[in-house]
Design a protein around this ligand. Structure first.
Ligand SMILES: [Ca+2]
Ligand SMILES: [Ca+2]
Length: 423
């Protein structure tokens, strides 16, 4: 039998071989051959313009992604979000959690959310590819940075604030997944770690606003760059200009949508009492104005640095906030989702006190304004402190999405929340 099989194989190969030769050898034109062959799908595909193929491939890849599985990595059923209390009509959901040390946020035109961190040293990019409101891809854009708290976008470039440097990642949407190398826009800010991490944002004038905190709890250093908000032209990297002074530490600001004026939060000094001084919400009306620190806390002279000082000579806060509440990110509400009464009102992320009894802050609050200025300061989202005093979340930054919903970051649980309204 083996011989029969072998013979059969040889014959078969020979026939196939002969057939192959017979098809190639005769002086029959190739055109005739193609016409006699059954339809060859693969050849037809290859004949299509190259641009046609990637479209088909990417659609197939997208079909294969299990978004629910990808999203599961950024959701956590144990996050006690049900403890959060909101005004009637508002709801809150988790966009992503497990985003370690999530701090400042910036949203690109493509919908990518860039998030800075502090102790983690990383900048994250969060994507929601199927646009269902939940993150399904996390990319680490950069790591091993020096407290990269602040992030801001301008014309497709991502700017990141380290303690003493401003970095630029050009064309970030295209490069974010490939360990992009930044260029240094400016490297001359003080290197102090105390109050050195920075919130940054581009103003209506197109310049980058960069704060420099006091390098202490309460002191009067000689370097006049401390305690300021500066303005940096990122295109030429020239020396920053001081636009406001006498600010202990600001980690959040925004511009009034109608007046264009800069408003900012400021954290008051520690260790002067559980109820003093209040944090501040300030408005810059005259460039270069001085907001009082360290000579005054709100309208009260400091016991060491304020002897004989008239605090009315300094800019006073538009609204006093919770003492030691650590008011950080703030935004004017410019969306269309919330009721009309919220238009141009200010939401503030209060990170929460670290050495006050009882703890205070740990909430998103609302400051209402009218033509005369700030009128009320009230809690808006609360519940990040459990009834037994355990803290599970600390709000850092706020961002108004194009939909009109608010994003809120929380560096304690590493969460990005979305606050929505449904009448
Ligand atoms: Ca998604
Ligand atoms: Ca002040």
């Amino acid at each position: 039998m083996p011989y029969v099989l072998l013979l059969f194989s040889i014959l078969t190969l020979g026939l196939v071989g002969c057939g192959f030769v017979a098809e190639v050898e005769p002086a029959v034109g190739p055109t005739v051959k193609v016409e006699t062959v059954p339809p060859l799908v693969e050849i037809e595909n290859e004949a299509k313009p190259e641009a046609w193929l990637p479209v088909i491939k990417s659609e197939k890849v997208l079909d294969m992604i299990d978004y629910a599985e990808e999203e599961a990595a950024f959701q956590n059923a144990n996050l006690p979000i049900d403890l959060l209390e909101l005004p009637a009509g508002f709801t809150i959901e988790v966009v992503a959690t497990n985003i370690k040390n999530a701090r400042s946020m910036a949203l690109s035109d493509m919908g990518t959310l860039y998030v800075g961190s502090r102790a983690e040293g990383k900048v994250y990019a969060l994507e929601d590819r199927n646009q269902n409101g939940k993150t399904d891809r996390l990319t680490i854009v950069a790591e091993n940075l020096n407290a990269p708290n602040g992030v801001a976008l301008k014309q497709g470039d991502l700017y990141v604030a380290e303690i003493d440097r401003i970095l630029k990642f050009t064309g970030i949407e295209d490069t974010k997944a490939n360990s992009p190398q930044p260029e240094v826009v400016f490297a001359g800010y003080p290197t102090d770690k105390a109050h050195g991490w920075k919130y940054i944002a581009f103003g209506p004038d197109g310049d980058l606003y960069v704060p420099v905190g006091f390098p202490c709890n309460l002191c009067d250093p000689e370097n006049s760059l401390y305690g300021t908000i500066t303005r940096l032209e990122v295109e030429n990297g020239s020396n920053p200009e001081v636009v406001a002074a006498g600010i202990r530490n600001s980690v959040g600001f925004d511009w009034h949508p109608e007046t264009g004026r800069l408003w900012f939060t400021e954290n008051g000094a520690d260790s002067l009492g559980h109820n003093f001084p209040a944090d501040e919400l300030n408005e810059l009306t005259v460039e270069g104005a001085h907001f009082g620190f360290p000579y005054c806390h709100n309208d009260t002279p400091d016991g060491t640095f304020g002897n004989g000082v008239d605090c009315q000579h300094y800019e006073l806060p538009r609204q006093t906030l919770n003492p030691h509440g650590a008011a950080l990110g703030m935004k004017f509400y410019t969306g269309d989702l919330f009721p009309e009464s919220f238009k141009n009102q200010i939401f503030i992320a209060e990170h929460g006190s670290w050495n006050r009894t009882p703890p205070i802050g740990y909430q998103v609050s609302l400051v209402r304004l009218d033509e005369t200025g700030a009128t009320t300061f009230e809690p808006f989202v609360t519940g990040w402190v459990k009834s037994d005093g355990t803290v599970w979340g600390r709000p850092v930054d706020i961002l108004v999405e194009p939909s009109g919903a608010l994003l809120i970051s929380d560096d304690e649980s590493g969460t990005i929340y979305r606050l929505k309204y449904a009448s």
